[in-house]
Ligand binder design. Structure first.
Ligand SMILES: Cc1ncc(COP(=O)(O)O)c(C=O)c1O
Length: 397
């Protein structure tokens, strides 16, 4: 079979093979970024679905508009405006999950060899979506305040002569994978840099609503007087990923471009999912739903941090996120989390090794633990198993 050059270059990774079994029921998996099934608002979804089909089946089951179901675009614009953004319906395109948004932005902006700036570590689905369009990556270290702004500035100064830099990819709240949140001051510094160097920001913000403590921060998009921020949101973490519904906010001319680029992919996002999302927003069920799931995840986060405190050796460090679904663990420098995964899978516990979140093979001593999907008991038992493997490996090195 003669694949395209692009398809030839994309290989399945050894890591993917290792994690192939992570969803087996006998394995305690801290690997996937899955929400808890307990968070799914099943009854309201049922009600909205039946109502939509009873009253409007001819439209709900029909082809839809590429930009999205117009009333949904309208309520999204109202929702975002209530969060400090200046959004009109025309600034919104509904996408089949944030993942499609990442791919659409890449497809719209990247030629082979163009530069994308991203965090190290960063969300691997972003790396995967961008890679298809063959950019070069500039990876900027991510610490407790997110992407290091001083290092970014140095890098931008040095990069002046490199091929065009098209956009910078950031996850501002409770980043996947590190759990880091960019403080307001750094958001402003990032935005100023982007203006100075004539770049765009792709702000991917699935976790803002899952804040368990501290004050909500306005998105970078709220600073966007120069139309440089593409703001990406999803219903996956607040409602359910199975709906495949999210949205992007951008200037109207860019939304039109995205719509053209989207047509070749799927014509329009799942209309039933869009009607369900609309029912939630219009019926004002979304805020109560968020209020309902916050204690659920907060409790899981607390249990995870307590379990780590109770079992992990003192030389292991981890982040204490104020929200989201992840903590980021760093082992001592002689340990390699990809090597350890085989042993952990034998002990029936899974995580994602840090190397998956880097474009340049970094992160060897780190791992991401997701706490959203696992039960309370599994958190305790899974951390105990991990700890046993880590301590054993530490002694044999
Ligand atoms: C940072 C980030 N962006 C995008 C996505 C994809 O989300 P969706 O389910 O909306 O495609 C995820 C999913 O985990 C994520 O963590």
């Amino acid at each position: 079979m003669q694949f395209s050059n692009r398809a030839e270059k994309i290989k399945t990774s050894a890591l993917r093979e290792l994690l192939r079994n992570a969803d087996r029921p006998d394995i305690i998996s801290f690997a996937g970024a899955f929400p808890s099934p307990k968070a799914f608002p099943v009854d309201i979804i049922k009600e909205i679905t039946i109502d939509a089909l009873d009253k409007n089946a001819a439209n709900v089951l029909q082809y839809g508009s590429t930009e999205g179901y117009p009333p949904l675009r309208e309520v999204i614009a109202e929702y975002s405006s209530s969060k400090g953004l200046n959004t009109q319906k025309e600034n919104v395109i509904v996408v089949s999950g944030a993942q499609q948004g990442l791919e659409l932005v890449a497809k719209t902006f990247l030629d082979p060899g163009d530069t994308v700036i991203l965090g190290a570590p960063t969300y691997p689905g972003g790396i995967m979506a961008f890679k298809l369009f063959e950019p070069r990556f500039e990876a900027i270290p991510v610490k407790e305040n997110g992407i290091k702004v001083d290092l970014l500035e140095d890098r931008l100064k040095r990069m002046k002569s490199t091929p065009p830099t098209k956009f910078m990819y950031v996850v501002p709240n409770f980043q996947n994978p590190s759990g880091a949140t960019i403080p307001t001051r750094n958001r402003k510094m990032l935005y100023d840099l982007v203006c100075e160097y004539d770049l765009l920001i792709l702000e991917d913000d699935p976790y803002a609503e899952l804040r368990y403590e501290g004050k909500s921060l306005k998105p970078i998009k709220a600073l966007d007087t120069e139309d440089r921020v593409i703001y990406l949101k999803t219903f996956s973490k607040t409602l359910a990923p199975g709906l495949r519904a999210g949205w992007m906010e951008a200037p109207e001319d860019l939304i039109e471009k995205f719509a053209i680029m989207k047509q070749g992919t799927d014509l329009f996002a799942n209309l039933l999912g869009q009607h369900i999302a609309y029912g939630f927003m219009k019926g004002k069920f979304i805020e109560p739903q968020i209020r309902k799931i916050i204690p659920l995840y907060k409790d899981k986060r607390n249990r995870m941090l307590e379990a780590l405190d109770g079992s992990f050796p003192a030389e292991v460090k981890w982040t204490k996120p104020e929200g989201g679904l992840f903590t980021w663990v760093t082992l001592p420098s002689h340990m390699d989390t990809t090597e350890l995964l085989g042993e952990c899978m034998e002990q029936k516990v899974a995580y994602v090794p840090g190397s998956a979140f880097y474009v340049d093979g970094g992160g060897l001593t780190t791992m991401r633990l997701s706490f959203g999907y696992v039960s309370d008991k599994q958190i305790e038992e899974g951390v105990r198993r991990l700890s046993t493997v880590i301590m054993k490996s530490s002694q044999t090195k």
